[in-house]
Design a protein around this ligand. Structure first.
Ligand code: PGA
Length: 235
């Protein structure tokens, strides 16, 4: 099984030119490497980015109709997009995403032939209250409810307190969480780690924590740094 290294560009960069240059830089630097690398830019850049596998950062659970501002799985697939991130904690926090809407989105995206990067993770409060496993179990069980075939499902374990804070989760704790998550998926399901991944800490998640890939936010906006992260996962 190949490691999956996904770049979550979030609401960046601010122009199409910058997006194209960033992608070109990454493409050049990862030539010959073995990992599966997926770039998840804002929707509007998807049609102009060529050369690497692409993912969207969100999708709607209806196919068409009167849903102003939404994008469907069929539209993404038609554009040649292969992956979609679903359930990112920023969408849960700022845009009212729930375990139930995540589940509807996952089912719709699978139906359209997209591969999923399904994000789960506990907040600092939930962790402090000793509820981490309970939260992860709920997110997985509701998120994947009615999903029989896990072939196109990848789980990204992203502790909310570790995202964008520089406070990445320790390898020991990540390993524990990955082992816990493993109980609810197939042995061949890839489980990624995300949350303040940098080239200095990235390799250990693969080698020591048992992750099968990484979901990289901030550090994926710098081609050189992102390339180092992909390399580190293969050493
Ligand atoms: P970060 O973001 O690497 O900037 O912490 C990761 C993510 O939100 O997917």
């Amino acid at each position: 099984m190949k490691n999956l290294i996904a770049a979550n560009w979030k609401l960046n960069p601010t122009t199409k030119k910058e997006a194209e240059n960033l992608l070109k830089g990454i493409e050049k630097g990862i030539k010959g490497l073995m990992s599966e690398v997926v770039i998840c830019p804002p929707f509007v850049y998807l049609p102009s980015l060529k050369g690497l596998e692409l993912g969207a950062q969100n999708v709607y659970f209806e196919e068409k109709g009167a849903f102003t501002g939404e994008i469907s799985a069929v539209m993404l697939k038609d554009l040649g997009v292969s992956y979609v991130i679903i359930g990112h904690s920023e969408r849960r926090k700022y845009f009212g995403e729930t375990d139930e809407s995540v589940n509807r989105k996952i089912k719709k995206a699978l139906e359209s032939g997209l591969k999923i990067i399904f994000c789960i993770g506990e907040t600092a409060e939930e962790r402090d209250a000793g509820k981490k496993n309970e939260v992860l179990e709920r997110q997985i069980k509701i998120g994947l409810s009615g999903v029989e075939n896990l072939e196109n499902i990848n789980i990204a374990y992203e502790p909310v307190w570790a995202i964008g804070t520089g406070n990445n989760c320790s390898v020991e704790e990540t390993k524990e969480s990955i082992n816990f998550i493993r109980k609810f998926v197939k042995p061949e399901t890839r489980i990624l780690y995300g949350g303040s991944v940098k080239s200095e800490n990235s390799g250990a998640y693969i080698k020591d924590a048992g992750a099968n890939g990484l979901l990289v936010g901030g550090a994926s906006l710098n081609a050189e740094e992102f390339i180092k992260i992909v390399r580190s996962s293969e050493e």
